[in-house]
Design a protein around this ligand. Structure first.
Ligand SMILES: C[S@@+](CC[C@H](N)C(=O)[O-])C[C@H]1O[C@@H](n2cnc3c(N)ncnc32)[C@H](O)[C@@H]1O
Length: 310
């Protein structure tokens, strides 16, 4: 297999997953198969299910399916439907789940996918190319308010209104079809030393919105917790604060054994603690890893363990 995707925080993920013979694991974001490959190379007689919604990843996975026919199965599915995808493979419970969120190097490096403002390609940004809405649809048809909200909410962009305004102006002259057009529009309304970061934030915001990333993550984390066997780990690498906040908050909520208001003298809720948080603070890559793999720069790893059944 061409190893074009260097797995981020690999040693930390493998240690957290605690790979064992006879156990079942899920790589919920197969991507270029970097983590999956290493899990399968561990030499353990385990079962690994790879999940990805991108047809290119499904293609990539074929090498592993051929090499490890008894140990590896690939599922083309949005991880929001992880439970159904596994149920179709007759799997109800698993012993470890890994999420390495965001886009793969393959997706970002292929200009035709429209994820990057550095190359030129169609303003597409769909991870699942069978889904309907593209970034071009959003940029050309959404109102000023809708665009500004997407840029603020998912890009945390301070100049959201100014950029949305410029998009509305430019699209009235000519349809915005390419990443280069959008990139130039952003560049023209932001002072130059801030424009690269603004482009990164606007492209990120559109990608998150198009792929419903936040909704999918919440639903996938909640389902993952349900299908984990006691003692099993959920291991999540995120790359921006919005994702990390969702992971942190879901882990915190699931760890609580009571959600009654503090002024209640007695606990009246039926809340049960389902998780134990292993990483109070997120694990981040070493400077050495970042030097070897700049993509790891913003990675944050959080790990939680399913509690024993009560
Ligand atoms: C950062 S890459 C994973 C890289 C992988 N760990 C490796 O080492 O090669 C993230 C992958 O997750 C996939 N992905 C993102 N959101 C998804 C979702 N909601 N459902 C399924 N796959 C998703 C993307 O298509 C992408 O291939």
């Amino acid at each position: 297999m061409t190893e074009y995707h260097v797995p981020v925080l690999l040693a930390e993920c493998l240690e957290a997953l605690n790979l064992q013979d006879g156990k079942i694991y899920v790589d919920a974001t197969f991507g270029g198969g970097g983590h999956s490959q290493k899990i399968l190379e561990s030499g353990k007689d385990l079962k690994l299910f790879g999940v990805d919604q991108d047809p290119d990843s499904i293609e990539q996975s074929k090498v592993l399916t051929e090499k490890y026919p008894d140990n590896f199965v690939m599922i083309k599915e949005n991880f929001a439907n992880i439970r159904t995808g596994l149920a179709l493979e007759r799997i109800k419970k698993v012993d470890g789940i890994l999420f390495d969120l965001g886009v793969s190097s393959h997706q970002i490096n292929d200009p035709s996918r429209g994820f990057s403002f550095r190359g030129d390609g169609d303003l597409n940004m769909r991870m699942d190319q069978t889904s309907e809405l593209t970034a071009a649809d959003v940029v050309n048809t959404y109102s000023f308010e809708q665009l500004a909200r997407i840029f603020r909410e998912y890009g945390e962009e301070k100049e959201a209104a100014r950029i949305a305004n410029n998009i509305i102006l430019e699209r009235s002259k000519k349809e915005i079809k390419t990443t280069l057009q959008l990139s130039t529009i952003i560049e023209n309304c932001i002072i130059s030393k801030k424009s690269i970061k603004a482009k990164a934030r606007i492209f990120q915001a559109l990608r998150i919105y198009i792929n419903k990333e936040m909704e999918a993550l919440k639903s996938a984390l909640n389902d993952s917790i349900k299908i984990l066997n006691p003692g099993g780990k959920i291991v999540v690498i995120s790359y921006h604060s919005l994702e990390d906040r969702i992971v942190k908050n879901i882990f915190k909520y699931e760890e609580k054994s009571c959600i009654c208001p503090p002024e209640f003298p007695l606990c009246v809720c039926d809340k049960v603690s389902t998780l134990k948080i292993i990483t109070r603070k997120p694990v981040v890559p070493t400077l050495n890893e970042i030097g070897n793999n700049p993509r790891a720069r913003s990675a944050k790893l959080r790990i939680a363990q399913k509690r024993e059944e009560i």
